[in-house]
Design a protein. Structure first.
Length: 226
């Protein structure tokens, strides 16, 4: 697993250098598409992005304009491939997230609530860059979505539109969340492709750059090459 990760990192760094994107640091600007939000990197209660209604099948939801446009494109492509999608939940305010967490905490207890629901301030939905999806006509979030044609289409193609399936199976220890095949996060096309190709969660992808092990690994690989 470790070797596999290292190899992914090496392959990824080569791709990045070729593409001229030689640093992958999270955005310092909260309004940038690559701003990292998780349990360790929370957003202030007062942060409210500028959002608009997404023009796509499903429930009436909002996202930031750049992400909304990308999502609309993705929905068209999915529909053309007969893998129709529905929006379920996009932008959520801090207060809305607090209500959702409190409800889950009350009905299922803290442990379950913590693994399934982000504490207010730690949800990507507050950024206006995340969307929860279901099959066309659906309105419930389910891990079974990952096995549907629509879910498999999303997993294989979301990166083409600038989205990553943010909480993957086997990465729970790093992301802090259970597998969520329905949750896509907009990061822009270049980062989405790089993360998709690497197979790494966003956190590991960012850390590798932060520790500057990319350059080291490239050097190691070029030295062993004939
Ligand atoms: Zn979500």
């Amino acid at each position: 697993m470790l070797l596999q990760n290292i190899l992914s990192v090496v392959a990824l760094s080569a791709t990045l250098l070729k593409g001229g994107m030689d640093v992958a640091m999270p955005d310092k600007n909260i309004d940038g598409p690559f701003f990292l939000v998780n349990r360790q990197h929370a957003i202030h209660e007062a942060y409210v992005p500028e959002v608009r209604t997404v023009n796509a099948t499903g429930m009436r939801q909002a996202m930031r304009d750049e992400a909304a446009t990308a999502l609309e494109e993705m929905f068209q492509a999915a529909k053309a491939d007969k893998a129709g999608l529905s929006t379920v939940s996009g932008y959520r305010s801090y207060a809305k997230q607090a209500t959702i967490y409190a409800r889950k905490h009350k009905t299922a207890g803290q442990e379950v609530a913590d693994s399934l629901v982000a504490l207010p301030g730690t949800s990507e939905h507050q950024l206006g860059l995340a969307m929860d999806l279901a099959q066309k006509g659906g309105s419930q979030l389910s891990s079974g979505f990952g096995n549907t044609k629509a879910g498999q289409w999303v997993n294989a193609n979301a990166y083409r539109y600038g989205f990553i399936v943010r909480y993957q199976k086997g990465q729970e220890d790093v992301t802090g969340y259970a597998f969520e095949p329905w949750h896509v996060r907009y990061v822009g096309k270049a980062y989405a492709k790089a993360i998709f190709d690497s197979g790494l969660p966003m956190e590991s992808y960012v850390s590798a750059h932060r520790l500057e092990i990319y350059e080291f690994l490239i050097q190691q690989t070029s030295e062993v090459r004939p």
